[in-house]
Each structure stands twice: as C-alpha cells, then as structure tokens.
Design a protein around this ligand. Structure first.
Ligand code: ADP
Ligand code: MG
Length: 243
C-alpha cells in the first residue's frame, strides 16, 4: 500500500489520503487525552482495540440500516472510510446521567433518562466544545434544520441499536458521542469512531461504581487497569454477531 502523507493528525487518529479521492485511511493511535487535551497519556494497544471495536460496531450499524463511513478494516489499527465533510458538532446521546450532565445540573450519577437526551456541542477545542442551544445552532448555520433533524433521528436510531447490542454483551451504554458528515452527494453519514474513548460503558457484572467502568473515565479519573477494561469491551463486542 502506498503511504500518503497525513492530511490531519487529531488526538486519537491520523487521517491519510489514498489513491482514491473518495476514500481516506484512518490510523488509530494509542495516545489518550481528556479534559480538552489538558490531560495527556497513552493507553497500550488502544489504537488496535478501538479500531477493532469501531469496525465491528460500524458493520453492525450498517446491517441495521444506519448509513456510515466505514468501508473495511485494512490493518489492526487502520480502516478505510468514505471521505465526508465533517459537520463540526459533537452529538451526545445520554441514557443515564453522568459526566458534565451531573456537574452542570446536579442530577445524580446513573439516573435513567427516558426518553434519552440528545445534545449538540460545537466541535471546537479552542472554544472548549461548548453546549449549543437550538437557536445558537441555527445562528451558526453549521447545518440546515433538515440536516439537524436527520442527525437527531439517526443519533436516536444508533442509540436504540447500540443499547441493545451492548446489553447483549452485559454492558450498559450510559452515553456516547457521535460525529456526522456530508457525503459528496449530500447524504448524512455517521462518521468518526465509536469506541470506549467516545462511549461511557458500565459492566453489568460489577456493582461497584469504579470497578464497573469500562471506558475512558478510567483514564480521566486515574482508576488504573485501563487496558484490561478496553480489552474486555473488545472481547465482548467481537464475540457478538454483526447482524
Ligand atoms: P480530534 O482530535 O478532532 O478528535 P481524531 O483524532 O479523533 O480528531 O480524528 C481525526 C479527525 O478525523 C477528526 O477531525 C474527525 O472529525 C475526522 N474524521 C472522522 N471521520 C472522517 C471522515 N469519514 N472523513 C473526513 N474526516 C473524518
Ligand atoms: Mg476524536
């Protein structure tokens, strides 16, 4: 495979061009960041584990009718993806209260949210990824009203499918962050990654509030055994069929 120079190096992945202008190569890194990159470190083997988990989940979601950018996993930590124009939003879906929702509202950790909460944050590290209101979203003209409605509908459908998938793995999907993009024909595609970096995942076999954590909160909170948690997620996800 010809090695192209990186188009973009982010916090978790390096994006390369390929010989096909519609296809990019995403290489997953072991680098870990939290709190808007104020905390930095490395999680051994994370690139390989997140690439395997994301590849499997994208295949599963495609089988459930969710259009996404995944084409194929081409190396342990690399996938081919369809190039999209990323919409600079972090779309967060929450099934239980955790993280910034608890800090900002006082809701207790783990409170069930029914219906699930869908939130839009501006994807801009310099501005600290602020929470947007509907009016601010419209003001910034980041996406049309039609696109925003489509993104919300897709995010909720992803939640329905992933919540069931993870429940069948003995894992509670607490919340997660998605990114979407526009294909060259204007179709909205689910993009970026779905991994323990971007989801809160609780092991249903553990009641202890620290032991049950299987995601990047172990890194954020210095809980240790981060690699083991990611490996457990990978093992259970890969053991689940993709259809
Ligand atoms: P970040 O530090 O911005 O979170 P990552 O390292 O996670 O970056 O990912 C690299 C970049 O790749 C991100 O800006 C992400 O939005 C972008 N990206 C993800 N999927 C696609 C795609 N299909 N086409 C183009 N860019 C993408
Ligand atoms: Mg990212």
């Amino acid at each position: 495979m010809t090695q192209f120079s990186p188009l973009y190096e982010g916090k978790a992945k390096i994006i390369y061009a390929t010989a096909d202008p519609d296809i990019l190569l995403a290489a997953f890194k072991d680098d870990a960041t939290a709190f808007n990159a104020q905390k930095r470190g490395s999680i051994q083997n994370k690139g390989v584990m997140n690439c395997a988990i994301a590849s499997h989940l994208f295949r599963y979601l495609a089988a459930q009718g969710i259009p996404n950018h995944f084409i194929a996993q081409v190396a342990p930590n690399k996938m081919h993806i369809r190039r999209v124009e990323i919409i600079p939003l972090e779309v967060v879906v929450r099934n239980r209260a955790a993280g910034s929702l608890c800090r900002q509202t006082g809701l207790p950790l783990g409170l069930e949210l029914n219906p699930p909460l869908v939130e839009f944050y501006l994807k801009n590290d310099d501005l600290g990824d602020p929470l947007l209101t509907g009016d601010r979203l419209r003001l910034l003209q980041i996406a049309t009203d039609e696109e925003v409605a489509r993104i919300k509908e897709m995010a909720l459908a992803v939640n329905t499918h992933l919540s069931r998938f993870f429940a069948e793995c003995g894992i509670t999907l607490v919340d997660f962050k998605l990114e979407f993009g526009r294909s060259p024909t204007g179709e909205i595609l689910l993009a970026d990654e779905i991994s323990p970096d971007s989801c809160r995942l609780w092991n249903q076999d553990e009641s202890d509030p620290e032991k049950r954590i299987l995601d990047k909160d172990r890194f954020r909170q210095d809980l240790g055994a981060i690699e083991d948690a990611y490996a457990l997620v990978m093992q259970r996800v890969l053991a689940h069929s993709v259809s």
